[in-house]
Design a protein around this ligand. Structure first.
Ligand code: DC
Length: 225
């Protein structure tokens, strides 16, 4: 009897602004797989910390929050993905600048990562999902059927981020956003705990000069038949 094959896991990693989240959502929808943002887990712990007045230096409290976090995703008919934290919708709250800053800070704390990696593995243990993040193909699911490392130039990623912020009505200069993206890259790649890097067998795809549809098609072409 042939071995039972789980449904595939597609691991998409890359730096902030590379288009991971957009590409992962569309690829998941097209392939009938569940979309999971691992960054949302780090943001969810950050949101609980911000709401609860927990300091970024209080590792014990942050670790306890990570241990208790219960995040789920649902997809609307139009493809919009909603995040639910311990039963409450937190889709917009997870994108607040204070939460984003805190997420980047707590992501370097090893016991916080250990809890979140465990939860992400539990979420994905049956396969059938597209998970995006920084360490999905190297740490969370090193045996994922498909590993994609998405890249884009830092200028392009800063431009996307700047446009996103302006669309939200925030007044910020492109130069400031470029500095912020550079700083975040440095934190994400230089940290000791699960730094951002591609798996040796990852397929590298640059989103510079490619449409979203072209990148999604390139990811879908990697799925097992
Ligand atoms: O992808 P994102 O912007 O939602 O991620 C939020 C933060 O969490 C970001 O600073 C990087 C961190 N993160 C991480 O360390 N490991 C992951 N697998 C996903 C995100």
């Amino acid at each position: 009897m042939p071995a039972l094959r789980r449904k595939p896991i597609v691991a998409i990693d890359g730096p902030a602004g590379s288009g991971k989240s957009t590409v992962a959502k569309l690829a998941a929808r097209a392939a009938g797989l569940q979309f999971v943002s691992s960054g949302a887990y780090y943001r969810a712990v950050a949101l609980l910390a911000v709401r609860g007045g927990v300091a970024a230096t209080d590792e014990a409290a942050l670790t306890a929050l990570a241990d208790g976090v219960n995040l789920r995703f649902t997809t609307d008919d139009d493809g919009a993905v909603r995040a639910w934290l311990n039963g409450d919708e937190v889709t917009d709250a997870l994108r607040e600048p204070a939460v984003e800053q805190m997420a980047s800070t707590i992501a370097v704390i090893p016991p916080v990562r250990a809890h979140l990696v465990r939860k992400l593995r539990e979420y994905g243990c049956d396969g059938g999902l597209v998970m995006e993040g920084r360490d999905i193909q190297t740490v969370v699911f090193p045996d994922a059927e498909v590993k994609v490392y998405l890249t884009a130039s830092v200028e392009e990623r800063a431009r996307r981020r700047w446009e996103e912020l302006r669309a939200r009505g925030e007044t910020v200069s492109y130069a400031a956003v470029l500095d912020e993206v550079n700083a975040r890259d440095a934190r994400d790649t230089a940290r000791d705990a699960a730094p951002l890097r591609a798996a040796p067998d990852a397929v590298h795809i640059s989103t510079d000069g490619r449409s979203i549809a072209q990148v999604v098609a390139a990811v879908l072409a990697l799925l097992p038949a």
